[in-house]
Write a protein that binds this ligand. Structure first.
Ligand SMILES: Cc1ncc(COP(=O)(O)O)c(C=O)c1O
Length: 420
């Protein structure tokens, strides 16, 4: 908190940032981003055997962040041609890029081969054939992992649980499809099969499911005679404390659980330990980011509810609407005041479901107050849209009392720029 009683981040007073850059505004604490990246790097480096931390850039793929990630020595994954474009444009070394996607098209696979992406995670039978043909035509051998749905469900919301059999991602174990895909990837010309991938889901707070997934993957490795499995990528998913109720295991415990489980399970089935990869997204950027809004209308309906409308909403922070995600809300210009009135914080879009916080206690909010939603750095601005012609907000990195604008606010002219 600043001496004026305002909320501050990275040594910057949020009231001053709002005056300088306007609202809605997305703010990242650069020191915390660096600390999270370093915590991951150190935690995995401290574990036995080879490990690699791959940042899942879908969580937030701004160039300034990708440059930090690159400088700190992490790899990244991308999930589309667009994310790949941004990464390459940010100067990220292609050999440290992993390419995901349950429906990569020929254009995306061609772009990826052209830039020399290090590893592709195969997700469908169609993709094995297509990538094999495209790589062979170029006389290339593309390193690939096979993504498996291990039949283990993450302890999380249905929309972000991906490890169960009923999933659009990866090859199911259940009916032998995963083993068939591994055989196909081994034989396909132009492909070099190097290992397996499994991501059971996101916002995981219970690490035991990851250990179960490692056991299932080791059984598969044994079944397919996996001496050539050099890599086991366990996906991302470590949770974030979005609210005070969320208790998150420390990164070091997550690293020890995953690496320990993979090594133990591989030993159990008599195979040499693979290099262990993880793909964290939200746990690197989530708590480092914050959305800042200005209150406009406050509608009090006696004995029913109070609606507090802000100048953004579902177009810059979709997660509450998408899957009921919860955030804390702080009145940034009166940060020392607690509790008060129970209200619903809503956006300005023409949708009743445009809710940012369904029920929070705020100290008598009035027009002009600044509302901060901490821990909103993951899947916030990266899911932003122009719904209702809303302009995507600027992004500011703060550190040591200095603020630097890394993405400006959109202009109205950009709303018609693609129209012919
Ligand atoms: C394959 C894969 N890896 C990594 C992640 C990152 O997950 P999180 O941001 O929860 O760490 C996701 C999230 O959707 C994913 O689908």
């Amino acid at each position: 908190m600043s001496p004026a009683g305002h909320l501050s981040v990275g040594g910057c007073d949020l009231v001053e940032l709002a005056a300088e850059f306007g609202t809605p505004l997305v703010i990242y604490d650069e020191g915390l981003l660096r600390a999270n990246i370093t915590a991951y790097r150190n935690a995995f480096a401290a574990e036995p055997g080879e490990t690699e931390v791959v940042y899942a850039s879908k969580a937030y793929w701004g160039r300034a962040l990708l440059r930090l990630i690159e400088a700190e020595g992490l790899s990244i994954d991308v999930a589309s041609g667009g994310e790949l474009y941004v990464a390459v444009e940010a100067g990220f070394p292609p050999e440290r890029i992993y390419m995901h996607g349950n429906n990569k098209d020929a254009g995306e696979l061609t772009e990826m081969l052209d830039v020399g992406v290090g590893t592709v995670i195969l997700d469908s039978h169609e993709e094995i054939g297509l990538l094999s043909r495209l790589a062979s035509e170029r006389g290339m051998r593309q390193r690939v992992l096979v993504r498996v749905t291990p039949g283990v469900r993450g302890d999380t919301h249905e929309y972000i649980s991906t490890g169960q059999v009923d999933s659009k991602f990866g090859f199911p174990l259940a009916d032998g499809q995963a083993a068939t895909a591994i055989a196909a990837a081994r034989e396909a010309p132009g492909l070099e099969f190097i290992g397996l991938h499994a991501h059971i889901g996101s916002q995981l707070l219970d690490l035991s499911r990851l250990a179960s997934a490692a056991a299932v993957m080791a059984d598969l490795a044994a079944e397919v005679g996996g001496e050539d499995i050099a890599v086991m990528n366990m996906g991302g998913g470590l949770g974030v404390a979005y609210t005070r109720e969320h208790i998150v295991p420390p990164i070091a415990e997550y690293a020890a659980t995953i690496v320990g489980a993979v090594r133990r399970e591989w030993e159990r089935v008599g195979l040499p330990a693979p290099r262990v990869l993880v793909e964290p997204g939200r746990s690197i950027v989530g708590r480092a980011g914050l959305h800042l809004y200005t209150v406009g209308a406050v509608k009090r309906i006696p004995d029913v509810r109070t609606y507090v409308s802000v100048d953004g909403g579902m177009s810059d922070l979709l997660r509450p609407m998408l899957y009921g995600a919860e955030y804390e809300v702080i009145v940034a210009n009166r940060a020392a005041e607690n509790g008060g009135e129970e209200v619903r914080v809503v956006g300005k879009h023409c949708e009743s479901g445009d809710v940012l916080a369904a029920s929070v206690k705020l100290p008598q909010p009035i027009a002009g107050d600044l509302l901060a939603l901490p821990a909103s750095g993951a899947y916030g601005i990266s899911m932003a849209s122009n719904y209702n012609g809303q302009l995507r907000p600027p992004v500011v990195f703060v550190d040591g009392g200095e603020a630097r604008l890394v993405a400006r606010r959109e202009h109205y002219s950009e709303l018609v720029a693609r129209e012919l």
